[in-house]
Design a protein around this ligand. Sequence first.
Ligand code: HC0
Ligand code: SF4
Length: 565
Amino acid sequence: SGKITINGQILEFTDEKNILEVARKAGFDIPTLCYHPELTVVGACRLCVVEIERMGIQASCSTAPADGMVVFTHSERVNKVRKMVLELLLANHDRECTTCDASGSCKLQTYSNDYNIKRLRYPSRTEQVPLDTSSLSVVRDPNKCILCGLCVRVCKEKQGIGVWDFKNRGSRTQIIAAMDQSLADSACINCGQCIAVCPCGALSSNSSIAEVWAAIRDPKKTVVCQIAPAPRAALGEMFGLGSVDVTGKIVTALRKSGFDKVFDTVFTADMTTVEESNEFLGRLTSGGKLPLFTSCCPGWVKYAEEFHPELLENLSTCRSPQQMFGSVLKKKYAKDLGITPEEMFVVSIMPCTAKKYEAKRPEFMTDGVYDVDAVLTTVEAAQLFKEAGILFDNLEEGIFDQPMEQTTGSGVLFGTTGGVMESVVRYVAGKLLNAEGRIDVEFTRGLDDTKIADLNVGDTKLTLAIVNGLAAAEELIKKIQSGELEVHAVEVMACPAGCVGGGGQPAQNDRKARQCRSDEIYNIDSKMVLHKAQDNEDLDKIFQKYWGGCCNHDTHHDLHTHYHA
Ligand code: HC0
Ligand code: SF4
C-alpha cells in the first residue's frame, strides 16, 4: 500500500496489482485489448501505456503501483503512442465493421472512436484468409484477430484445455487451434469462453438465426421455443435494460416473432431435479457409483468424455433440462397436438454455445429427427427480436403455454453456479425431513470457483461440492481420485459463475456482469411462490400423464441417457 499521484490527484492504493486497476478505481479508464483481471498478464497490446515520472512510457497492466509514483494516464505523449498502436492494429485488421459480428460491442471499434482515429498512416493489409466454421458452436475469423491472446489464456487457464496456440513469430504470428487442426477436430468442449473474452469479432457464436426464421416461415412446421434459466437475467442487457428479469418480455417477443408455443426450460429443470435427486438417493442406498456428477452442462460432459472416461459411470444419467424438454416435446407433446416429430421444430434460447453441440448429439433424437432443432444464444435471440422489429423494452409480460406452465424458483437457480445442487438439496431435504415451505441453502451460493460443504439431512451426512470452470473441476477431480477428499455429489458447470457467465451471453461478460445476473436469479427465486421441485403440480400431472409417474422405467427411457467411453 501507499500513495500514488494519478493525473495530479493523490490516491491511496492497497492491494491493486497494477497501475491500470488503481487508475480505473480513480475514475480514469485506461484502454487495453489484452488485459483481463482474471487471467495472467502479458502486456502484449501496448495500448495501456502510461507516462511515469523518471520511468518514461510503461505498460500499466504490468507495472505495480509504488509509493510516491507520479503517473499520467492521458498526457499528450501517452495518447500519441496509443493512437499509433491503434493505427497499427487497425492497419492489420479486416475493417469491415458493418458486417462484423462484434460491431457495437467491439473494443477496437470503441477505442478507435474514443481516440478519434480518422485515417491510418500505414498501408492496410488486403489478404483474406478463410474462416474456420467447422465447429457447431464457435466461428473463428482470423482476419479479425489482433493477437491479444486472451482466447489462448482463457482456454488454458480457466478451462485447463489449451485449444488455441500461437504459431510463428514477428509479423507472421498467428493464433491457431493446436496442431493446426480445425476447431471441430480439436479438444474444444464448445464452452464459448474464448468468444466471451475476444475483444473484437475474431470469435463469435455459430449463429442459428437463419434456420429459425426458415422454420417460422414454413407453414408445415409448428415452432416451439423453450427458454433457459440464465438468459432471463441477461437478455435485457441487449436492450439497455440491465440485468433484470425479462422472462415475460421474452415470451411476448417470441409470440410476436411467430413462435407457436412458448415453454420454460425451468419446467424441465424441475423435472431434472426430481429424476436426479432420486437417482442420487438410489445410489446412496444401493451402493451405486459415487460421487454423483451432474450432467446438465454439455461442455463438462464433453470434457469428461475426452479427459476422464473413468468418470463416465459417475455422471448422472439424467439428460439436461434442454434435452428433457426436447424429448417431452417430440415424443409426447407432438402427439397431443396431432403432429409428427418432424412437423415440430424445437428452438431453445440458451446462454450457452455448447448447447448447440449438445442438441446435435446422436443420442438425443426421436424417430430420426433431433429433439432440439436449433439453439439460439441469448445474443442471437436478441438479434432475432431486432430483425422482427420488436420494441423490446415496452413489451407487456407474456405467460408460458399450458399444460407445462408452472415452475419453481429451484429450477430458475439452475442458471447460476450452485443452483443445481441447491435444487437437489431442497428436494432431498424436503423429502427426507418432510419439510414444507422454503428451504434456503447457504453454502451453495456465491461465485467462488470451488465450494465444498458437509450437510446433515436427518441421519444422513453428505459432503457436497460445486465447481465452475474446468480447471477448477480438474483440481477437484484430482483430490477425489487421490483420496484426499471424499464427496457424495459434485455439480460441475464449465463457465465462470455457471450459465449466467455462458459463452452465448451478451458482451461485457465479466465478473461484475456475472454477479448482477446471478443476484437477479436469486431475486427471481425469492419472489416465486413455489420453491422446491416437488411443489410443481403441473410437473406431477405431466409425469402421471406421460409415464404413469416419475423415476420409473419409462422416464428412464425418455429422460435419461448413458455416457460411455
Ligand atoms: Fe443452463 Fe440448464 S441451467 S445448463 O446453465 O441444468 O445453458 O441457463 O438451460 O439444459 O435448465 C445453460 C442455463 C440451461 C439445461 C437448465 C441445466
Ligand atoms: Fe477453449 Fe471453450 Fe473456446 Fe473451445 S470454446 S476453444 S474449450 S475456450
